[in-house]
Design a binder for this molecule. Sequence first.
Ligand SMILES: NC(=O)c1ccc[n+]([C@@H]2O[C@H](COP(=O)([O-])OP(=O)(O)OC[C@H]3O[C@@H](n4cnc5c(N)ncnc54)[C@H](O)[C@@H]3O)[C@@H](O)[C@H]2O)c1
Length: 261
Amino acid sequence: MAQQRVALITGAARGIGLAIAHRLAAEGVAVCISDLDIEPAEQAAKEIVDAGGAALALGGDVSSPEECQRWAQAAAERFGDLHILVNNAGMTRDAMVHRMTEQQWQSVQNVVLGGAFHMVQAVAPWFRDRERSAPRRIVNIASVSGIYGSAGNVNYSSAKAGLIGLTRTIAAEWARFGVTVNAIAPGFIATRMTAARGEGDALGMPAEVRQGIVARIPVGRAGEPADIAAAVSYFCSPDAGFVTGQVLEVHGGLADITVTG
Ligand SMILES: NC(=O)c1ccc[n+]([C@@H]2O[C@H](COP(=O)([O-])OP(=O)(O)OC[C@H]3O[C@@H](n4cnc5c(N)ncnc54)[C@H](O)[C@@H]3O)[C@@H](O)[C@H]2O)c1
């Protein structure tokens, strides 16, 4: 029997990461759900195990190189190997460029781009190994903002653009080890990141902005986390072994979600 594949997904306690964890688990992959919020991560892992899958919850901050090392080691210790890395953890701290604080700029860089960089370094012992015959996959969750820009979050769009550069570079460096590295650029996906923001909420977006974006999506609906999980599943499948260094836009026809004026 072929060895079970093992995936580590960052920021997988909710939203897109959680949908990716469920999708891969349903395909028989052992999933390591890492997140800043350990409680929902443990709950997600429990649900997968209760449904007959294999899962492990890992708490910590992806912007810490030591946490990333610890996650990779814990995943490999528990399940014996590591085959798939999904760099999904992300956050927004929006402001127009002239008002953006150093803290807003740096915190988003550290999580979105720094986190992915540290995770790639952390999985290197398992991925950069010619002796291991199983194919390895890295999928980075970027954003249409990283390709087209988006007013009001230069920290986020710059970090996501950097993630695309990272994708193409690691694809080139690790191709000879049988590792494919691809990115997905979601458009507007319904999660807490894009939920209508109530009075005093730090997360989400103003209700009228949200409404305006959804009304412009040509396929007539907001994206769902499962739409992104399906694309991750494709990149991780044996069918995608010759596909590397690519950015797949998944946006229902609305690539530019910038709202100006
Ligand atoms: N929702 C969208 O429309 C959309 C569009 C394009 C790209 N994305 C990207 O998809 C990814 C998932 O976003 P989502 O919409 O599911 O958001 P979400 O806020 O629902 O989930 C993000 C998860 O990442 C975790 N996280 C945040 N900072 C972390 C850190 N420092 N260390 C560990 N975990 C951390 C959070 O706890 C959370 O569980 C993000 O990278 C986001 O930028 C989302």
